[in-house]
Every structure is written in C-alpha cells, then in structure tokens.
Design a protein around this ligand. Sequence first.
Ligand code: WQD
Length: 351
Amino acid sequence: MRKILVTGGSGYIGSHTLLDLVGHGFEVISVDNNSRSNDRLLDGVEKITARKIKNYKVDLCDFDDTHAIFAENDDIVGVIHFAAYKAVGESVTNPLMYYHNNLTSLINLLRCVEEYKIPYFVFSSSCTVYGNPDHIPVTEETPEKPAESPYGSTKQMGETIIREFARVNPTQCILLRYFNPAGAHPSALIGELPIDKPLNLTPVITQAAIGKIPPFTVFGNDYPTRDGSCIRDFIHVCDLAHAHTLAVQYLLDKKNKSKCEVFNLGTGNGITVLEAIRAFEKVNHLKLNYILGPRRPGDVIAIYANKDKAENELGWVPKFTLEDIMETAWKWEIELQDETKKFPLRNFKFN
Ligand code: WQD
C-alpha cells in the first residue's frame, strides 16, 4: 500500500521525484497533460529505473478526467502535487492563466482526495509566498508579505486552500516551500527541459552557453545587495526530490505534529545572480556572454532559507553544492545538444 500519485510527473521536479520514490521502494503513477513538458523526462526515468511509469495525459482542470484516475486506482496512499505553471515573469504578464490553471487544478485534485479519503497530500509550494521578506534567511514562521507576482499569489492561495481542506478532512498534508530548483540528475538522462524559451536562470545560462539562445540579460545589477544582483537560494533538484520521499515517509510514519505542516527546502546559502554565473564559468571552464539590463517586474530582491526544520524533522540534508548544480546542468545541456545532433528531425517542430 505505497502507491503515490505524482502530478506533473513529466516535469522537471516531478520526474526527479518519481525517480527518487522508485529508488526508495514506492510504486508511482504520474498525471501530466504535457502542456509544459513532453515524454522525454519520463523516458529518462524509465531508462534509469528500468521500470515503465504510467502517465495519465490528463488536464487536472478537467474534474471528470481527474476523477477517473482515482476511480481506476483505488490503492493510492498519497498524492504529490507538482503540476502548475511556475514562471514568475510570465505570471506578471498573464495573471488569469496562472490563477485559473494553478487553482482549478488544485481544487479538482483536493475534491478527489476528499472523496477517496487519500491519507496523505504533499504540495509543491514556493518561497515566493514570503514576498520580499524584511529579514533573511526566512523560517517557516516568517510572516508572509504580499506576493511579488501572481505566481507567488497562487502559491499563497494554494496553501490557504489546503490548510482549510486539512481542517475538515482526515488527510494529513505537507506544504514544501522550494527555493530555486536547479541542476540535473548526474546521469544526464533527466534535467530541466523548458519546452519553449527558458525563463529560469540556470537553463538560460546553459542554453546561452551552448548557443541555443543569444547572450542573456542579467535582470538588474542595481539592487541593494553585495554586487547589485538579486540573491537566491539554489537547491539541486535531486536534493529537492529526495525531500518529497522523506516527507511522504514522515507522514507514513505518523511523525507529523499537525495536519498541515510547512517546510522550507533551500540550502540556507544566499547566492547572487552574478555569483551563480561565476560558479558556472569556473566549474565548466567557460566564459559567458551576458548583458547587464533592467530589473524584471515581479522579482524579489533577496531571499534564502533557514532549512533547520526540514533537517531536524524530515532528516533532510542537501548533498549537492552550487558547483554540482552548474556542472550537472551543463552536462545535461550537452547531452540534449548531442541528442539533437543524433536525431535532428526528432526535434523539428511540425506545426
Ligand atoms: C532567478 C534570478 C532573475 C533569468 C524561481 C521559480 C519559482 C520559485 C522561485 C519554486 C532572478 C534572474 C533570470 C534571466 C536573470 N521556485 N534572471 N536573467 O524568479 O527566483 O523563481 O524560484 O517554486 O517557481 O521560477 O527564478 O530563475 O527566473 O530568476 O537575471 O534570463 O535570476 O531576475 O533574480 P525566480 P528565476
């Protein structure tokens, strides 16, 4: 009775979490409509695990299709919910798309969790719920400020919806607040795979470095930080994935102290954008071209985590360094490029 339903399983963090769950003896199924992904990452998970991973190509905004998955799988013990749009900048220009997609899918899922009395629910939340914090590092008790983007608002509202749901349902819930997920699995068989142009810093760096996109822009070097660029807490996707396995096990072992617990998932190291760029250059022996440009609307100036609670309660200790992040991200980009060369037509978009 250890079947976990992972929504967004074809995505970046979802695929790495499927891998970690299988590696720790869980049975998994995925739900992903591939609106922001394709089958490549699931193929990679299957290559590494030598297991077929069932993916339901369902839009969670369609209640009936979502409900049918639970009707077909009456042995689901937990749900890990990743499926959502997550680009801060894009959410500023397209708020309604973010509110509709991220909240409708969550509510449909919770209606099924309620009807089928699924014991455990883990939610992919985000450090963007803190807004622009007055003090850093942030702990789970740091008061939330208005989100700086509609994306962050959908995570604040999502947390509120889940808290209220947990109050009137037997399901035990955990909210995991990610900082900046980055890097790739050391095998280079799975990694970050933006379907359109990359929006997050690390894939922008690797795609610019390999020549897929023009030199990139550093969005602002006039912030009140040590070098003028924003500060973030870059967490390796494999460390982040393992935290989900630990969170499910924590609930299975009935160690949770409330019905809706919150954990920060960051390394506790604040790194500036320019320092992240330099780390990439150093570990990969490359010189990057980039432009210092204007600030991006929606950006938080500086944020990084106090991770003590996840370490003490979940036994979660991040293993990968910033250099590992930049090295594995680059190795993955090269692997993708080689594949493009091997199967040029396969990557040709037939519109
Ligand atoms: C990081 C920094 C940009 C691109 C992410 C996820 C979000 C959430 C929080 C999990 C910012 C700068 C970026 C570029 C740049 N995580 N940048 N040039 O906005 O911190 O949000 O972490 O839920 O889902 O998206 O990440 O990588 O977009 O930006 O200068 O071309 O890099 O201004 O300071 P962000 P990001």
